[in-house]
Design a protein around this ligand. Structure first.
Ligand code: PLP
Ligand code: COI
Length: 341
């Protein structure tokens, strides 16, 4: 199979239409069998639930080309489970796990020419999503839904690759106590857009959101969880009911404990503790592990010992091990890598 003629090394994190996507419709209380289609457009009734009351959820994962030339995904079963959790929270019908995995395999296989080559620095981003497709005008769940999966080749999420980021402590919240911060629903991202645009306009790369109840604990950014390293080399990652349970973060906790033999603490982390930490990283499918050099809290600089030039040594070790597993250079725990082709 001939790859597309793309300058893989210079891809940003953007959308590019690819050849094939998957569509399945939910009607009369059942999912239809689903099809692959070349049509990238969607036609909807003007009163569709997604357009009126934002009933939409999504996932994000990647396909990688391994060192030995296979095309694989990383722990897609956890994306299937998280999407089912998101669906239940928004009163939507979960898409069955086996069908979710099969849909991803099919879309990646059909778009194999778009999967960036090994060593190119790019990957194939996979976006499963589901939305309310039938009309609703009274506030209630819709009766019909559409589940889709498309793919798009991507480069690094943050411009500048491995250069440490500068974050600001946001005056806005991304989640409410007992709200929807722990699921992957488009509505969480809509409400973080203004905070994101404001942070960028003020010269910051991203926001650090605080816990919405007390505004004293660290939560996450608009699209990634935090990992900190303290001065003893212990990994510390915030625990909260209102952050997204990142699959990358959960995997890194296992990598740190079981492969690298590091101590890991998953616990609430006070903003006030950050000044004592040596390293900080943002972890997620899109972010992978992006180093953070500095957090600015209303004019006060909180600088990590790792500095503004490069990734800290512990974050780098985590990064190398995780990407090594994803690209087939390092053996990971059983079942983490799913070979598609
Ligand atoms: N937190 C938020 C708000 C996200 O959007 C994402 C991205 O998916 C993450 C964390 C990281 O999650 P994962 O590692 O599963 O991609
Ligand atoms: C992902 O990492 O997959 C996400 O969905 C984050 C998003 C901000 C691109």
């Amino acid at each position: 199979m001939e790859k597309k003629n793309i300058d893989w090394a210079n891809l940003g994190f953007g959308y590019r239409v690819t050849d094939v996507r998957y569509v399945s419709n939910y009607r009369n209380d059942a999912w239809d069998e689903g099809v692959l289609t070349g049509d990238a457009t969607i036609q909807l009734n003007e009163c569709a639930g997604i357009l009126q009351y934002c009933q939409e959820i999504f996932e994000g994962l990647k396909a990688y080309t391994t060192e030995d030339g296979r095309i694989v995904t990383f722990r897609p079963d956890l994306n299937a489970e998280r999407m089912a959790d998101s669906a239940r929270r928004l009163e939507m019908p979960p898409f069955p796990k086996e069908r979710f995995l099969d849909a991803i395999d099919k879309v990646v296989t059909a778009n194999a020419a778009w999967v960036p080559p090994y060593g190119s620095g790019a990957t194939l981003y996979i976006r499963p999503y589901m939305f309310a497709s039938s009309p609703v005008i009274g506030v209630k769940p819709a009766e019909e839904y559409q589940f889709r999966v498309f793919v798009t080749p991507v480069g690094p999420y943050f411009k500048g690759g491995a250069k440490p980021l500068t974050l600001c402590v946001s005056d806005f919240d991304r989640a409410a106590p007992h709200g929807t911060g722990h699921i992957k629903a488009g509505l969480n991202y809509a409400m973080s857009l203004h905070a994101g645009v404001t942070a960028h306009a003020n010269g910051f790369d991203e926001n650090l959101f605080l816990d919405p109840a007390t505004r004293t604990y660290v939560e996450e950014t608009g699209g990634a969880n935090f990992l900190f390293v303290d001065k003893n080399g212990t990994i510390i990652t915030p625990k909260s009911e209102s952050i997204l349970p990142s699959i990358t973060r959960r995997s890194l906790v296992t990598v740190a404990r079981d492969i690298l033999g590091l101590e890991v603490q998953e616990r609430p982390v006070k903003l006030e503790e950050l000044k004592d930490f040596a390293e900080c990283g943002l972890c997620g499918t899109a972010a992978v592990i992006s180093p953070v050099g500095k957090v600015v809290d209303h004019g006060r600089d909180i600088c990590f010992a790792s500095g503004m030039e490069e990734m800290g040594p512990v974050i780098k070790k985590l990064y190398d091990t995780l990407t090594g597993i994803q690209m087939g250079r390092v053996d990971g725990p059983e079942g983490w890598v799913r070979t598609i082709l």
